[in-house]
Design a protein around this ligand. Structure first.
Ligand code: ARG
Length: 585
């Protein structure tokens, strides 16, 4: 197993070497800026700005660099164009060697270039409440990042920061105690969560309208916080019931999260006093109107007054911010993470900005140990408004997922009549769940996105199903080859390539760069764009280049292996996004 250097990277390093040779030492390290191009295979744009800095003629500089270029097998040509760009074409042999090298490696030649510990805080539903589409987004995006970073060598620690602590539990437990509702029903998990959710609302309503109940609820919070046995056991029942429901969603969604990843807010409860003391001692936080606060020059309310981050309320209670600070201290200290990713709704941006800044002042975060708010936009319904039912209720997640699967079943049934009932069942699930995930991941995460099941399961356009079909098509070509041919096929690196083959091979060469982009931007969307382009390049290839009826056996072999590498790349890429790639559709 050895990482394979892409053709693009080889060009880049050959150019860099030529620049080191031809240019003054202080400019020699400049980026040659190699990009894919329509005019040739690649274009290098870096010499232009460099010539400007050197106050020299860019074409002359380009000439010197080209002259210093090592005669390598990779370059078919390297021409100076326009004011001083380089147009670069690569040899067919270099492309075919690349295909062969990637096929020979079980990781498709992808390097493990990440090597630290990253905590990814994602999913984070709230106990006793329905999981909503925002939690769905967090779950899907966080899971894709966990898989991708993990594949690239990072030690990923998943933290499902469940909302399992706080004053609302006093209210709920008190209500349950007084009204004795039998909210647990065996075998009907989603149903009982819904009842729990209803009870939660009823308790809230009573809390707001009945001062005496509110007082009893407050006493219940104190009992919970001081570890009163009966109260704690009630709380545990509620947490367990909610977790069962969340796990049902995770199972359906086919994500990595397990019970072991549930490190909820309550986990940090024992550390809150310490954290507050430390922040106060460090001078990061100070008492203001009885509360322990952190202030920021640039965070003010409408009246210009500073809006602090409240660590401890004047009644002594801790809230969301204190918990998040304790979590940072734990994750950077005990877990030894060098990076924490928070996959959370963009509307919490200010909260995280203040929390991260506080942690930086306390020295828990710094240039080497960072935290990133991986923010995402709102989920909209097909009407363009935040996703709700007509009655204004948030839509049950489980029913949404079931709906996607049943739509997918209709699409698959229509297209693939050969599947038997069991295969149809499995495939419908893979396609339906894949459709939901892909639709979320395919838009840049900061944008709001529209939850439109019809579009999600469409065979046309940039959808999960489209990619799953492209993958299945590569497998079907391989299946149709005469027995033994695929197994024996080798890449014939001396055979010239057709334009559609070159286009496909050049796309295959970009896989590692696409993965790297995901890890620098935390945008699984980049991988979606890549896979969609790859599927389209494959369609172009498939339309122009007969595989099994290729003119010679050598060409047939090369084409079969292009199919195989395309299939493997699609499968690996889809897998990193959390989608299954069935061999047959
Ligand atoms: N449970 C919160 C919510 O539903 C999200 C928690 C995000 N994570 C965090 N560490 N604050 O809004």
């Amino acid at each position: 197993m050895s990482p394979v250097t892409s053709v693009a990277a080889k060009i880049e390093s050959a150019l860099s070497a030529a620049m080191r040779q031809a240019l003054p030492a202080d400019q020699a390290g400049a980026d040659p800026q190699v990009r894919r191009s329509d005019r040739a295979d690649f274009q290098a744009n870096g010499l232009l700005p460099l010539a400007k800095r050197l106050k020299s003629n860019p074409r002359e500089i380009a000439g010197m660099v080209v002259a210093a270029l090592d005669e390598s097998e990779v370059f078919a040509s390297c021409e100076i164009s326009g004011p001083g760009f380089l147009n670069i074409s690569v040899t067919d042999t270099a492309l075919l060697e690349q295909v062969a090298a990637r096929l020979a490696d079980s990781r498709l030649g992808i390097d493990r270039f990440e090597a630290g510990t990253t905590v990814i805080d994602y999913s984070q539903p709230n106990i006793a409440k329905e999981m909503h589409v925002g939690h769905l987004r967090s779950t899907i995006i966080g899971d894709a990042l966990a898989r991708t970073l993990g594949f690239l060598g990072e030690n990923v620690v998943r933290h499902n920061h469940l909302g399992d602590w706080g004053t609302q539990f006093g209210m709920l437990i008190q209500y349950l105690t007084e009204h004795g509702h039998d909210w647990q029903h065996e075998g009907e998990i989603a149903g009982s969560l819904s009842r729990l959710n209803q009870l939660y609302r009823d308790s809230r309503a009573l809390f707001d309208s009945d001062a005496e109940f509110a007082e009893r609820a407050r006493r219940r919070v104190v009992a919970l916080q001081s570890g009163d046995a009966e109260t704690i056991s009630r709380w545990e029942e509620i947490v367990a019931e909610s977790k069962r429901y969340f796990n049902e969603v995770y199972d359906k969604l086919d994500v990595l999260l397990t019970d072991d990843d549930a490190v909820g807010e309550s986990f940090y409860n024992p550390f809150l006093n310490d954290v507050a003391d430390e922040l106060e001692k460090l001078g990061v936080a100070q008492i203001s109107d009885g509360a322990l606060c952190v202030f920021f020059d640039d965070v003010t309310g409408p009246d210009g007054d500073p809006v602090p981050l409240i660590i401890r309320k004047s009644d002594g209670g801790f809230g969301y911010a204190a918990t998040d600070l304790a979590a940072i201290r734990y994750r950077t200290g005990t877990v030894s993470a060098h990076r924490i990713l928070y996959v959370v709704d963009a509307r919490q941006a200010l909260h995280f900005r203040m929390v991260f800044e506080t942690a930086r002042r306390a020295g828990w975060l710094n240039d080497e140990v960072t935290a990133v708010h991986v923010a995402f936009g709102t989920v909209l319904g097909p009407d363009g408004k935040p996703f709700k039912t007509r009655a204004g209720e948030t839509i049950r997640l489980i029913s949404l997922l079931d709906e996607a699967v049943s739509r997918a079943r209709a699409v698959v049934q229509e297209k693939s009549r050969h599947l038997d009932e069991t295969a149809l069942e499995t495939t419908a699930r893979q396609v339906g769940i894949g459709a939901v995930k892909y639709a979320d991941l395919a838009t840049s995460r900061a944008k709001d996105y529209m939850f439109d099941i019809d579009r999600m399961v469409s065979l046309n356009g940039n959808t999960g199903v489209y990619l799953q079909y492209a993958h299945a098509r590569t497998r079907s070509i391989l299946r149709k080859a005469p027995a033994g041919v695929v197994e024996k096929a080798t890449v014939h690196t001396g055979v010239p390539l057709e334009p559609a083959e070159r286009a496909l091979a050049l796309k295959l060469d970009e896989f590692s760069a696409a993965l790297r982009e995901v890890t620098t931007t935390y945008e699984p969307h980049r991988l979606c764009v890549y896979l969609f382009d790859l599927a389209q390049a494959f369609t172009g290839f498939f339309e122009h280049c007969p595989v099994l009826k290729a003119p010679t056996e050598e060409i047939r072999d090369n084409r079969l292996l292009l199919c195989r590498l395309t299939g493997d790349t699609l499968k690996t890429g889809l897998g990193l996004l959390g989608l299954s790639a069935p061999d047959q559709l």
